[in-house]
Design a protein around this ligand. Structure first.
Ligand code: SAM
Ligand code: SF4
Length: 329
């Protein structure tokens, strides 16, 4: 698959549920309303849609959410879908998780062919963790990470850089990741969905973070490139990498190879734009998958050249109404 700008489209991110046990303040409001279960694609339908993408050339699938490990039956889904890893059609099946359920599933994930996972963790301070996630417990996440390490899963920590919350401990996080053999990706807050507050207050440009980290660590630009939005540096002292995702201060769209499927079957062609097609209706209207394939063809023509994120000044409305848990991070 290729879009109209000649970019090969090989990477599908799937939000398997919009539900979450945490309420990270930059992601959703405390009193978040979730979708009625009846609107979700069934796991069989998810398998059918994702398998169609694999048949059409997708080589990497990332499960996300909401919290993907909270979707009932998700481990059975992964078990079935891992047939594409066995056949060689799929290079990688991975997930992004808050790790609250990871201690239960880490070994099975590894046994099913998942090699690497991304775990979101913004602070190592238990009180701040509670403040940021509102409902989460740091010890549960650390337990999940321990289980991932002992299962042999490679872990990358995703950390949203937050002014007044974790800006003073990012250097310590680099050290902690180094000791545990985790890579680290730092992310700027993105203006997605109403959070019942002002995002500008916690927005921290990564340029500033980089300057602070430069004082404590020897950072050199890394040739490592996943085709994704991160720019990487190697940390000489720890031997690990740090990625920087800067959607607001730097565009990264020229090499974008990804699409995002929501748990209701809407396919978004860009995290920062509204262009989408409804695959659920296409799937349900035609058992031969003709309509599904036609809808995917249409989607490829809609992929925009780039996103248009802008963090609104003075707490104005977010650039996009959709929350991150709907499209998946
Ligand atoms: N619940 C899982 C987790 O937290 O890893 C997966 C879904 S979560 C939406 C995926 C990623 O999006 C997380 O790393 C989270 O920190 C990030 N995220 C959520 N809202 C964001 C926002 N407004 N700006 C930047 N990153 C955000
Ligand atoms: Fe849940 Fe992930 Fe959003 Fe936090 S960032 S509320 S863990 S979906």
């Amino acid at each position: 698959m290729q879009d109209t700008f000649g970019r090969p489209i090989t990477y599908l991110r799937v939000s398997v549920t919009d539900r979450c046990d945490f309420r990270c303040f930059y992601c959703m409001p405390e009193a978040m309303t979730f979708l009625p279960r009846s609107e979700l694609l069934s796991l069989e339908e998810l398998d059918e849609v994702c398998s169609t993408f694999v048949e059409r050339g997708v080589t990497k699938v990332r499960l996300t959410g909401g919290e993907p490990l909270l979707r009932r039956g998700i481990m059975d889904f992964i078990k079935g879908f891992s047939r594409h890893l066995d056949s060689g059609a799929l290079d990688e099946l991975t997930l992004t998780t808050n790790a609250s359920q990871l201690s239960k599933h880490a070994h099975d994930l590894k046994a099913l062919g998942v090699e690497r996972i991304n775990v979101s963790l913004d602070t190592l301070d238990a009180d701040k963790f509670k403040e940021i996630t509102r409902t989460g417990r740091l010890d549960q996440v650390i337990e999940g990470l321990d289980a991932a390490s002992s299962a042999g899963l490679k872990v990358k920590i995703n950390t949203v850089a937050l002014k007044d919350y974790n800006e003073g401990e990012l250097s310590q996080l680099v050290k902690w990741c180094g000791e545990r053999g985790f890579d680290l990706t730092l992310i700027e807050t993105m203006p997605l969905g109403d959070i019942g507050g002002d995002r500008t207050e916690s927005y921290l440009p990564l340029d500033d973070v980089r300057k602070t980290l430069d004082q404590d660590w020897t950072l050199t630009p890394s040739p490592y490139n996943t085709g994704g939005p991160s720019r990487y540096v190697d940390v000489k002292e720890t031997g690990q990498r740090i990625g920087f995702i800067t959607p607001l201060s730097e565009h990264f769209c020229d090499t974008c190879n990804r699409m995002r499927l929501t748990c209701t079957g809407t396919l978004y062609m860009c995290l920062g734009q509204d262009s989408s097609v409804n695959l659920r209706d296409a799937l349900r209207s035609d058992a031969s998958k003709g309509a599904l394939n036609a809808a995917i063809d249409k989607a490829l023509t809609l992929k925009p050249k780039g996103h248009e994120f802008e963090i609104s000044a003075n707490g104005g409305p977010p650039s996009l109404k959709r929350h991150m848990n709907v499209t998946g991070g």
